[in-house]
Design a protein around this ligand. Structure first.
Ligand code: HEM
Length: 400
Protein backbone atom coordinates (compact mmCIF):
# COMPACT_ATOMS: atom_id res chain seq x y z
CA UNK A 1 0.00 0.00 0.00
CA UNK A 2 1.45 3.40 -0.99
CA UNK A 3 1.54 6.07 1.64
CA UNK A 4 1.11 9.65 0.45
CA UNK A 5 2.19 12.85 2.15
CA UNK A 6 -0.94 14.87 2.93
CA UNK A 7 0.37 17.95 1.13
CA UNK A 8 0.73 15.99 -2.13
CA UNK A 9 -2.94 15.02 -2.33
CA UNK A 10 -5.21 16.69 -4.85
CA UNK A 11 -8.05 17.81 -2.55
CA UNK A 12 -11.17 19.98 -2.71
CA UNK A 13 -10.88 23.36 -1.00
CA UNK A 14 -13.18 24.21 1.93
CA UNK A 15 -13.03 27.95 2.63
CA UNK A 16 -16.28 29.34 4.08
CA UNK A 17 -15.01 32.94 4.20
CA UNK A 18 -17.70 35.28 2.87
CA UNK A 19 -20.22 32.52 2.14
CA UNK A 20 -23.76 32.63 3.47
CA UNK A 21 -25.18 29.68 5.35
CA UNK A 22 -26.73 27.92 2.36
CA UNK A 23 -23.58 28.33 0.30
CA UNK A 24 -21.51 26.96 3.15
CA UNK A 25 -23.75 23.92 3.60
CA UNK A 26 -23.57 23.28 -0.16
CA UNK A 27 -19.76 23.60 -0.22
CA UNK A 28 -19.44 21.30 2.77
CA UNK A 29 -21.62 18.67 1.09
CA UNK A 30 -19.67 18.97 -2.16
CA UNK A 31 -16.28 18.58 -0.42
CA UNK A 32 -17.63 15.65 1.58
CA UNK A 33 -18.86 13.89 -1.57
CA UNK A 34 -15.50 14.33 -3.30
CA UNK A 35 -13.09 13.26 -0.57
CA UNK A 36 -12.88 12.53 3.16
CA UNK A 37 -10.25 15.26 3.39
CA UNK A 38 -10.21 18.88 2.19
CA UNK A 39 -7.85 21.79 2.29
CA UNK A 40 -8.95 24.68 4.50
CA UNK A 41 -7.35 28.03 5.35
CA UNK A 42 -6.33 26.44 8.68
CA UNK A 43 -4.82 23.21 7.38
CA UNK A 44 -6.75 20.08 6.45
CA UNK A 45 -10.48 19.57 6.93
CA UNK A 46 -11.84 16.15 7.88
CA UNK A 47 -15.20 15.83 6.19
CA UNK A 48 -16.81 12.47 6.94
CA UNK A 49 -18.35 11.09 10.13
CA UNK A 50 -16.25 7.93 10.47
CA UNK A 51 -12.98 9.77 9.82
CA UNK A 52 -13.88 12.57 12.23
CA UNK A 53 -14.58 10.04 14.97
CA UNK A 54 -11.28 8.30 14.18
CA UNK A 55 -9.22 11.51 14.16
CA UNK A 56 -10.81 12.79 17.40
CA UNK A 57 -10.11 9.43 19.04
CA UNK A 58 -6.50 9.31 17.84
CA UNK A 59 -4.66 10.48 20.93
CA UNK A 60 -1.62 11.69 19.01
CA UNK A 61 -3.78 14.42 17.50
CA UNK A 62 -3.84 17.03 20.26
CA UNK A 63 -6.23 19.89 20.94
CA UNK A 64 -5.04 23.00 19.09
CA UNK A 65 -6.63 25.39 21.59
CA UNK A 66 -3.31 26.32 23.17
CA UNK A 67 -2.11 27.45 19.72
CA UNK A 68 -4.69 30.24 19.44
CA UNK A 69 -2.38 32.99 20.86
CA UNK A 70 0.38 31.95 18.49
CA UNK A 71 -2.01 31.81 15.51
CA UNK A 72 -3.32 35.27 16.31
CA UNK A 73 0.01 36.98 16.76
CA UNK A 74 0.22 37.35 20.54
CA UNK A 75 2.91 34.77 21.08
CA UNK A 76 5.43 35.52 23.80
CA UNK A 77 2.87 37.22 26.07
CA UNK A 78 1.29 36.01 29.29
CA UNK A 79 -1.63 34.87 27.10
CA UNK A 80 0.59 32.09 25.87
CA UNK A 81 1.75 31.17 29.33
CA UNK A 82 -1.74 30.64 30.72
CA UNK A 83 -2.06 27.34 32.52
CA UNK A 84 -3.74 24.73 30.33
CA UNK A 85 -7.46 24.14 30.79
CA UNK A 86 -8.96 20.66 30.54
CA UNK A 87 -9.80 21.51 26.91
CA UNK A 88 -6.15 21.81 25.96
CA UNK A 89 -4.63 19.17 28.26
CA UNK A 90 -3.49 15.89 26.77
CA UNK A 91 -2.21 12.49 27.86
CA UNK A 92 -1.94 11.51 31.52
CA UNK A 93 -2.61 15.05 32.73
CA UNK A 94 -5.97 15.10 30.93
CA UNK A 95 -6.89 11.56 32.01
CA UNK A 96 -6.23 12.41 35.64
CA UNK A 97 -8.31 15.59 35.72
CA UNK A 98 -11.13 14.09 33.66
CA UNK A 99 -11.36 11.07 36.02
CA UNK A 100 -11.66 13.33 39.02
CA UNK A 101 -14.19 15.65 37.39
CA UNK A 102 -16.43 13.35 35.34
CA UNK A 103 -18.44 11.94 38.29
CA UNK A 104 -19.70 15.49 38.98
CA UNK A 105 -21.20 15.80 35.47
CA UNK A 106 -23.66 12.90 35.49
CA UNK A 107 -27.25 12.96 34.13
CA UNK A 108 -28.44 13.00 37.76
CA UNK A 109 -26.38 16.12 38.49
CA UNK A 110 -27.87 17.84 35.42
CA UNK A 111 -31.39 16.70 36.33
CA UNK A 112 -31.10 18.26 39.78
CA UNK A 113 -30.82 21.66 38.11
CA UNK A 114 -33.85 21.21 35.82
CA UNK A 115 -36.38 22.96 38.07
CA UNK A 116 -33.97 25.86 38.40
CA UNK A 117 -33.46 26.02 34.63
CA UNK A 118 -37.24 26.17 34.21
CA UNK A 119 -37.40 29.07 36.68
CA UNK A 120 -34.65 31.00 34.89
CA UNK A 121 -36.27 30.71 31.47
CA UNK A 122 -39.71 31.54 32.91
CA UNK A 123 -38.31 34.71 34.50
CA UNK A 124 -36.76 35.78 31.21
CA UNK A 125 -40.06 35.18 29.43
CA UNK A 126 -42.09 36.98 32.09
CA UNK A 127 -39.95 40.09 31.64
CA UNK A 128 -40.86 40.43 27.95
CA UNK A 129 -44.09 38.47 27.56
CA UNK A 130 -46.39 41.49 27.29
CA UNK A 131 -44.37 42.93 24.39
CA UNK A 132 -45.40 40.20 21.97
CA UNK A 133 -42.03 40.34 20.21
CA UNK A 134 -38.35 40.48 21.04
CA UNK A 135 -34.84 40.04 19.78
CA UNK A 136 -34.40 36.52 21.08
CA UNK A 137 -30.58 36.42 21.22
CA UNK A 138 -30.16 39.48 23.45
CA UNK A 139 -33.35 39.03 25.49
CA UNK A 140 -33.30 35.31 26.15
CA UNK A 141 -30.24 33.40 24.90
CA UNK A 142 -27.49 35.69 26.18
CA UNK A 143 -28.69 35.86 29.79
CA UNK A 144 -30.00 32.25 30.05
CA UNK A 145 -26.83 30.19 30.82
CA UNK A 146 -25.18 32.60 33.27
CA UNK A 147 -27.39 32.02 36.34
CA UNK A 148 -27.21 28.29 35.65
CA UNK A 149 -23.41 28.22 35.63
CA UNK A 150 -23.42 30.43 38.76
CA UNK A 151 -25.88 28.12 40.50
CA UNK A 152 -23.81 25.13 39.43
CA UNK A 153 -20.67 26.65 40.90
CA UNK A 154 -22.45 27.99 43.95
CA UNK A 155 -21.81 31.70 43.25
CA UNK A 156 -24.38 34.01 44.84
CA UNK A 157 -27.05 35.69 42.75
CA UNK A 158 -25.64 39.16 43.41
CA UNK A 159 -22.58 38.26 41.35
CA UNK A 160 -24.28 37.10 38.14
CA UNK A 161 -23.64 40.35 36.29
CA UNK A 162 -19.94 40.11 36.99
CA UNK A 163 -19.89 36.57 35.57
CA UNK A 164 -21.73 37.74 32.51
CA UNK A 165 -19.15 40.47 31.89
CA UNK A 166 -16.22 38.12 32.50
CA UNK A 167 -17.72 35.61 30.09
CA UNK A 168 -18.20 38.28 27.41
CA UNK A 169 -14.64 39.53 27.80
CA UNK A 170 -13.01 36.13 27.96
CA UNK A 171 -14.91 35.04 24.83
CA UNK A 172 -13.10 37.74 22.91
CA UNK A 173 -10.38 35.15 22.58
CA UNK A 174 -12.43 33.72 19.67
CA UNK A 175 -12.98 37.09 17.95
CA UNK A 176 -9.93 36.79 15.70
CA UNK A 177 -8.75 40.12 17.09
CA UNK A 178 -6.62 38.95 19.94
CA UNK A 179 -3.89 41.58 19.66
CA UNK A 180 -6.48 44.31 20.46
CA UNK A 181 -8.72 42.33 22.84
CA UNK A 182 -5.86 40.95 24.86
CA UNK A 183 -5.93 43.50 27.78
CA UNK A 184 -9.69 43.01 28.38
CA UNK A 185 -9.30 39.23 28.27
CA UNK A 186 -6.39 39.34 30.70
CA UNK A 187 -8.26 41.61 33.10
CA UNK A 188 -11.43 39.50 33.08
CA UNK A 189 -9.46 36.33 33.46
CA UNK A 190 -7.51 37.71 36.45
CA UNK A 191 -10.72 38.90 38.15
CA UNK A 192 -12.47 35.58 37.58
CA UNK A 193 -9.39 33.81 38.86
CA UNK A 194 -9.39 35.82 42.08
CA UNK A 195 -13.13 35.41 42.54
CA UNK A 196 -13.14 31.63 42.09
CA UNK A 197 -10.08 31.27 44.31
CA UNK A 198 -12.00 32.99 47.13
CA UNK A 199 -15.05 30.81 46.41
CA UNK A 200 -12.91 27.66 46.61
CA UNK A 201 -11.42 28.76 49.94
CA UNK A 202 -14.91 29.45 51.19
CA UNK A 203 -16.16 26.01 50.16
CA UNK A 204 -13.15 24.33 51.68
CA UNK A 205 -14.18 25.89 55.00
CA UNK A 206 -17.91 25.31 54.59
CA UNK A 207 -18.84 22.69 51.95
CA UNK A 208 -22.24 22.94 50.30
CA UNK A 209 -23.99 20.82 47.64
CA UNK A 210 -22.69 22.81 44.64
CA UNK A 211 -20.28 21.61 41.95
CA UNK A 212 -17.29 23.30 43.51
CA UNK A 213 -17.84 21.47 46.81
CA UNK A 214 -18.26 18.18 44.92
CA UNK A 215 -15.03 18.82 43.00
CA UNK A 216 -13.17 19.77 46.19
CA UNK A 217 -14.25 16.47 47.71
CA UNK A 218 -13.54 14.48 44.52
CA UNK A 219 -10.84 11.96 45.14
CA UNK A 220 -9.50 8.99 43.30
CA UNK A 221 -6.84 6.75 44.77
CA UNK A 222 -5.81 9.47 47.21
CA UNK A 223 -5.50 12.06 44.44
CA UNK A 224 -7.27 15.43 44.65
CA UNK A 225 -7.66 18.55 42.55
CA UNK A 226 -5.50 21.49 43.62
CA UNK A 227 -6.92 25.00 44.07
CA UNK A 228 -5.25 26.02 40.79
CA UNK A 229 -6.94 23.14 39.00
CA UNK A 230 -10.32 23.98 40.53
CA UNK A 231 -9.97 27.58 39.37
CA UNK A 232 -9.05 26.46 35.83
CA UNK A 233 -12.04 24.08 35.78
CA UNK A 234 -14.49 26.76 36.84
CA UNK A 235 -13.12 29.01 34.14
CA UNK A 236 -13.29 26.17 31.58
CA UNK A 237 -16.94 25.56 32.52
CA UNK A 238 -17.78 29.22 32.05
CA UNK A 239 -15.90 29.34 28.76
CA UNK A 240 -17.18 26.06 27.35
CA UNK A 241 -20.71 26.16 28.73
CA UNK A 242 -21.94 29.68 28.11
CA UNK A 243 -21.61 30.81 24.52
CA UNK A 244 -22.20 27.28 23.25
CA UNK A 245 -25.56 27.06 25.03
CA UNK A 246 -26.57 30.58 23.95
CA UNK A 247 -25.84 29.90 20.30
CA UNK A 248 -27.41 26.47 20.39
CA UNK A 249 -30.67 27.75 21.85
CA UNK A 250 -30.79 30.57 19.30
CA UNK A 251 -30.07 28.11 16.47
CA UNK A 252 -32.90 25.84 17.69
CA UNK A 253 -35.39 28.69 17.67
CA UNK A 254 -34.17 30.00 14.29
CA UNK A 255 -34.58 26.52 12.89
CA UNK A 256 -38.12 26.23 14.22
CA UNK A 257 -38.82 29.66 12.71
CA UNK A 258 -37.89 28.26 9.32
CA UNK A 259 -39.90 25.05 9.95
CA UNK A 260 -43.22 26.06 11.56
CA UNK A 261 -44.67 22.59 10.90
CA UNK A 262 -41.99 21.08 13.16
CA UNK A 263 -42.68 23.68 15.86
CA UNK A 264 -46.38 22.78 15.72
CA UNK A 265 -45.48 19.10 16.18
CA UNK A 266 -43.36 19.94 19.21
CA UNK A 267 -46.00 22.22 20.75
CA UNK A 268 -48.51 19.36 20.39
CA UNK A 269 -46.13 16.95 22.12
CA UNK A 270 -43.45 18.52 24.35
CA UNK A 271 -42.32 15.04 25.39
CA UNK A 272 -40.40 15.14 22.11
CA UNK A 273 -37.94 17.58 23.76
CA UNK A 274 -34.96 15.16 23.98
CA UNK A 275 -35.30 14.27 20.29
CA UNK A 276 -35.84 17.92 19.36
CA UNK A 277 -32.60 18.89 21.04
CA UNK A 278 -30.61 16.12 19.39
CA UNK A 279 -32.07 16.73 15.93
CA UNK A 280 -31.54 20.50 16.12
CA UNK A 281 -27.98 19.93 17.34
CA UNK A 282 -27.42 17.57 14.42
CA UNK A 283 -28.91 19.92 11.89
CA UNK A 284 -27.41 23.15 13.24
CA UNK A 285 -24.74 22.58 15.87
CA UNK A 286 -23.35 25.65 17.65
CA UNK A 287 -19.87 24.18 17.45
CA UNK A 288 -19.17 23.77 13.76
CA UNK A 289 -15.87 22.05 14.22
CA UNK A 290 -12.79 21.68 16.32
CA UNK A 291 -9.10 21.80 15.54
CA UNK A 292 -6.38 19.28 16.28
CA UNK A 293 -2.65 19.38 15.74
CA UNK A 294 -0.47 16.36 14.92
CA UNK A 295 1.88 15.92 17.92
CA UNK A 296 4.13 13.75 15.73
CA UNK A 297 3.99 12.44 12.16
CA UNK A 298 0.77 10.42 11.98
CA UNK A 299 -0.31 7.97 9.31
CA UNK A 300 -4.05 7.57 8.76
CA UNK A 301 -5.76 5.96 5.75
CA UNK A 302 -2.43 5.77 3.92
CA UNK A 303 -1.85 9.49 4.30
CA UNK A 304 0.98 10.91 6.39
CA UNK A 305 0.31 14.09 8.32
CA UNK A 306 3.60 15.69 9.41
CA UNK A 307 4.09 16.85 12.99
CA UNK A 308 2.42 20.25 13.46
CA UNK A 309 -0.27 19.67 10.79
CA UNK A 310 -3.56 21.37 11.74
CA UNK A 311 -6.70 19.28 11.26
CA UNK A 312 -10.13 20.89 11.28
CA UNK A 313 -12.70 18.22 12.21
CA UNK A 314 -15.93 19.46 10.64
CA UNK A 315 -18.61 18.41 13.11
CA UNK A 316 -21.16 20.10 10.83
CA UNK A 317 -20.14 17.87 7.90
CA UNK A 318 -20.25 14.75 10.10
CA UNK A 319 -23.78 15.65 11.16
CA UNK A 320 -24.98 15.60 7.55
CA UNK A 321 -23.02 12.62 6.28
CA UNK A 322 -25.35 10.67 3.97
CA UNK A 323 -23.52 7.43 4.86
CA UNK A 324 -24.76 7.87 8.44
CA UNK A 325 -28.10 9.73 8.26
CA UNK A 326 -30.94 9.08 5.86
CA UNK A 327 -32.07 12.31 4.21
CA UNK A 328 -29.45 14.33 6.14
CA UNK A 329 -30.63 17.66 4.73
CA UNK A 330 -34.13 17.16 6.21
CA UNK A 331 -34.84 18.65 9.64
CA UNK A 332 -37.11 16.10 11.28
CA UNK A 333 -37.73 16.14 15.04
CA UNK A 334 -39.34 12.71 14.85
CA UNK A 335 -36.22 11.13 13.31
CA UNK A 336 -35.77 7.69 14.86
CA UNK A 337 -32.70 5.67 15.83
CA UNK A 338 -30.26 8.11 14.29
CA UNK A 339 -26.54 7.85 15.03
CA UNK A 340 -25.43 10.19 17.82
CA UNK A 341 -24.77 13.68 16.44
CA UNK A 342 -21.23 15.02 16.65
CA UNK A 343 -21.95 18.48 18.06
CA UNK A 344 -20.53 17.48 21.44
CA UNK A 345 -17.37 16.16 19.80
CA UNK A 346 -15.86 12.71 20.33
CA UNK A 347 -12.90 11.06 22.03
CA UNK A 348 -11.19 12.25 25.19
CA UNK A 349 -12.42 15.85 24.90
CA UNK A 350 -16.08 14.83 24.42
CA UNK A 351 -18.17 17.57 26.01
CA UNK A 352 -18.12 17.24 29.77
CA UNK A 353 -21.26 19.37 29.99
CA UNK A 354 -23.31 17.36 27.47
CA UNK A 355 -25.94 16.23 30.00
CA UNK A 356 -26.16 19.70 31.45
CA UNK A 357 -26.44 21.34 28.01
CA UNK A 358 -29.13 18.88 26.90
CA UNK A 359 -31.09 19.58 30.08
CA UNK A 360 -30.74 23.37 29.64
CA UNK A 361 -31.96 23.23 26.05
CA UNK A 362 -34.79 20.80 26.76
CA UNK A 363 -36.09 22.81 29.71
CA UNK A 364 -35.93 26.08 27.77
CA UNK A 365 -37.70 24.65 24.72
CA UNK A 366 -40.47 23.01 26.75
CA UNK A 367 -41.24 26.27 28.57
CA UNK A 368 -41.16 28.16 25.26
CA UNK A 369 -43.57 25.68 23.67
CA UNK A 370 -45.96 26.02 26.61
CA UNK A 371 -45.76 29.79 26.94
CA UNK A 372 -45.43 30.84 23.29
CA UNK A 373 -47.12 28.18 21.16
CA UNK A 374 -47.42 30.68 18.30
CA UNK A 375 -43.72 31.55 18.34
CA UNK A 376 -42.64 32.68 14.84
CA UNK A 377 -39.94 34.72 13.14
CA UNK A 378 -40.66 38.45 13.02
CA UNK A 379 -37.94 39.36 10.53
CA UNK A 380 -34.75 38.09 8.97
CA UNK A 381 -32.34 36.03 11.04
CA UNK A 382 -28.83 37.50 10.94
CA UNK A 383 -26.14 34.86 11.36
CA UNK A 384 -22.71 35.44 12.88
CA UNK A 385 -19.82 35.28 10.43
CA UNK A 386 -18.69 31.72 10.01
CA UNK A 387 -15.43 31.33 11.85
CA UNK A 388 -14.35 27.81 12.62
CA UNK A 389 -15.55 28.10 16.20
CA UNK A 390 -18.85 28.76 18.01
CA UNK A 391 -21.57 29.95 15.70
CA UNK A 392 -25.26 30.85 15.61
CA UNK A 393 -27.68 33.73 15.01
CA UNK A 394 -26.44 37.25 15.81
CA UNK A 395 -29.98 38.65 15.70
CA UNK A 396 -33.18 36.66 15.89
CA UNK A 397 -36.40 38.75 15.83
CA UNK A 398 -39.37 36.67 17.01
CA UNK A 399 -43.01 37.23 17.88
CA UNK A 400 -45.61 35.14 19.73
C1 HEM B 1 -25.07 23.17 23.47
C2 HEM B 1 -24.07 23.44 24.25
C3 HEM B 1 -22.69 22.84 24.11
C4 HEM B 1 -22.04 22.42 22.98
C5 HEM B 1 -22.53 22.42 21.55
C6 HEM B 1 -20.74 21.93 23.42
C7 HEM B 1 -19.80 21.39 22.58
C8 HEM B 1 -18.58 20.90 22.99
C9 HEM B 1 -17.61 20.30 22.11
C10 HEM B 1 -17.76 20.11 20.61
C11 HEM B 1 -16.55 19.93 22.88
C12 HEM B 1 -15.28 19.23 22.39
C13 HEM B 1 -14.25 20.23 21.92
C14 HEM B 1 -13.06 19.57 21.28
O1 HEM B 1 -13.07 18.37 21.04
O2 HEM B 1 -12.12 20.30 20.97
C15 HEM B 1 -16.83 20.32 24.24
C16 HEM B 1 -15.97 20.14 25.31
C17 HEM B 1 -16.24 20.58 26.58
N1 HEM B 1 -17.42 21.12 27.05
FE1 HEM B 1 -19.06 21.50 25.95
N2 HEM B 1 -20.63 22.09 24.78
C18 HEM B 1 -21.80 22.64 25.24
C19 HEM B 1 -22.11 22.93 26.56
C20 HEM B 1 -21.28 22.75 27.63
C21 HEM B 1 -21.61 23.03 29.02
C22 HEM B 1 -22.97 23.54 29.50
C23 HEM B 1 -20.49 22.78 29.76
C24 HEM B 1 -20.25 22.85 31.25
C25 HEM B 1 -20.67 23.65 32.08
C26 HEM B 1 -19.47 22.32 28.85
C27 HEM B 1 -18.20 21.96 29.22
C28 HEM B 1 -17.26 21.42 28.38
C29 HEM B 1 -15.92 21.06 28.82
C30 HEM B 1 -15.34 21.25 30.22
C31 HEM B 1 -15.28 20.52 27.69
C32 HEM B 1 -13.86 19.99 27.63
C33 HEM B 1 -13.83 18.53 27.97
C34 HEM B 1 -12.44 17.96 27.85
O3 HEM B 1 -11.57 18.56 27.21
O4 HEM B 1 -12.23 16.87 28.42
N3 HEM B 1 -19.99 22.31 27.58
N4 HEM B 1 -18.08 20.91 24.30
Amino acid sequence: MTVTAAYELDLPMYDPTGLDRDQRVALLADCQRRHWLARTPLGFGVMRYADIVAILRERRFHSALSLIPQMQGVAGTSMEERRPSILSMEGDEHTRVRRLVAPAFTPAAANRLRPYMGEVIAELIDAIDARGECEFVADVCDPYPIPIICELLGAPRADWQRFSQWATDIFRIFNQNLAEDFPAIERASAELDEYVRALVEDRRRAPSDDLLSVLIAAEEAGDRLSTDELVRLAEAGLMAGTDTTRNQLASCVALFGAHPDQWAKFVADPSLAPRVVDETMRFLGAVQGTVRVASEAIEYRDVVFPQGTLMFASLAAANRDPDVYSEPMQFDITRESAAPHMSFGSGIHYCLGAHLARAELQEALVVLAQRWPNLALAGTVEWKPDTFGIWGPARLPVQW
